[in-house]
Design a protein around this ligand. Structure first.
Ligand SMILES: Cc1cc2nc3c(=O)[nH]c(=O)nc-3n(C[C@H](O)[C@H](O)[C@H](O)COP(=O)(O)O)c2cc1C
Length: 408
């Protein structure tokens, strides 16, 4: 079991560990001035296979890098002499108001990279009144995360099999989640050569090379892995719909083909699920239209951070067309967002909310809740400054008139 075994508050747990090390983790944050700055200390903290798993994309990394590049295709046309002293970042997503326009997307194995990572992200998200989505490939039972983070959503990975769909949807309902996210862009396991090269696997094989990779990262080995195993037992995939599987060992991962998942299964889920239903990993406007006709409440325009189909178009590029087809559905976006300016560009093109993955996982890994809070505060400050310089005091004033296409 992972952190379901303890009820100790995440914050106290991390502070106690910090005192033992003679640091609250804050020293590591001194040079972190923007979200990209989390990457270098995370590379020094995480064993090579785990850093590679988090940072990598798929095949040539074109989709991952294209996500970043797409933000440079837009520039701002600011307005001046507007009193923006009362500016705020509140935004309403599917009927609920949050204090920030950004949150944390689902990331599998978060609690392998960061001590009690799922709980850390869920707890800080609730404290900041923003959204955290727990991954279906996570190592913490969903009931625990939902109890810690009342603003958490649950993301399901499902095959096209009714016998697996029904119990998992019922379990998420019983756990108290009000929003269920179905990820639809993992029809098959992606060709992540980088994982093979760096020795990452699911499960991780305890080879001499892995032992060496961990030995040269003692802060992670003791502070995350040994601490997790000693206190909570070997982490397992807890929410995937097949028997619990340990994160490290020699067992074969049970195959789970998702290439049979189709709109029919979505209709079944829609009938069963009483709360809000979100599709994650939609890029084509035609799929947006079918989602709307199927009674979906929200879509997350995403190419999985460039980790699934290489050369999949960047979500930002497809955003205006997705918004045009969305009707009453709420449109959200992720992929490559690192700056306040990126958040504001996505909002100007019609997104209601955005998610930021890798930097917040690095933040949780190197400094726990303090790291995540630090990252959120940097981004919030960037957005606030940018809003003043754009001449807006509310995010719903962010529109196309404030953007100009960048010309080469
Ligand atoms: C380490 C890692 C694990 C991920 N695991 C999942 C997952 O379990 N489910 C899912 O829907 N998306 C998963 N994603 C994709 C993210 O939800 C999100 O789409 C992506 O990270 C956004 O891009 P960004 O990292 O550039 O912000 C994962 C991403 C990363 C980096």
């Amino acid at each position: 079991m992972t952190d379901i075994a303890t009820t100790r508050p995440i914050e106290a747990d991390h502070r106690a560990a910090g005192r033992r090390r003679g640091t609250s983790g804050l020293r590591r944050l001194r040079n972190v001035l923007c979200l990209d700055d989390f990457e270098a200390p995370a590379r020094r903290f995480l064993p090579r296979p785990i850093f590679g798993y988090v940072s990598g994309g798929v095949e040539t990394n074109s989709a991952r890098d294209g996500n970043r590049a797409a933000f440079a295709e837009w520039q701002f046309l600011p307005r001046v002499l507007v009193n923006t002293r009362a500016r705020h970042q509140r935004t309403t997503v599917m009927g609920r108001t949050y204090d920030l326009p950004f949150g944390f997307p689902p990331m599998g194995s978060t609690s392998l990279a960061a001590y009690r990572g799922d709980s850390v992200l869920a707890e800080v998200a609730a404290e900041l009144n923003t959204i955290m989505i727990q991954s279906g490939a996570s190592l913490t039972p969903m009931e625990r995360v939902r109890a810690i983070g009342p603003t958490a959503w649950f993301q399901a990975y499902l095959p096209g099999e009714r016998e697996i769909i029904v119990p998992l949807v019922e379990r998420a309902q019983r756990a108290g989640f009000d929003t269920l996210v179905l990820t639809v862009d993992v029809q098959v396991i992606a060709n992540r050569e980088n994982n093979v090269r760096s020795g990452y696997g699911s499960p991780l094989r305890p080879t001499p090379r892995l032992v060496w990779d961990c030995a040269v990262r003692p802060r992670w080995s003791f502070g995350v892995f040994a601490r997790t195993v000693l206190r909570h037992g070997m982490p397992h995939l807890e929410n995937i719909g097949f028997p619990r599987m340990p994160v490290m060992g020699f067992s074969e991962r049970p195959g789970m083909a998702r290439d049979g998942l189709s709109w029919e299964h979505l209709e079944l889920m829609r009938r069963m699920w009483k709360g809000k239903l979100v599709l994650k990993g939609v890029l084509s406007p035609r799929d947006v239209r079918i989602a709307r006709e199927s009674g979906v409440d929200g879509i997350l325009v995403s190419n999985h951070g460039g980790r699934q189909l290489d050369y999949a178009v960047s979500p930002l590029r497809m955003l205006p067309a997705a918004v045009a087809e969305a009707g009453d559905m709420t449109v959200m976006l992720d992929g490559g967002i690192r700056r306040g300016t990126d958040v504001l560009k996505a909002l100007a093109l019609g997104a209601k909310f955005v998610f930021i993955g890798r930097p917040f996982l690095y933040a949780a890994a190197i400094a726990g809740p303090a790291g995540v809070r630090h990252g959120a505060s940097l981004l919030k400050d960037e957005i606030s400054r940018d809003m003043a310089m754009l001449g807006i005091d509310s995010l719903d004033q962010m529109n196309r008139e404030l953007l100009v296409p960048a010309r080469p």
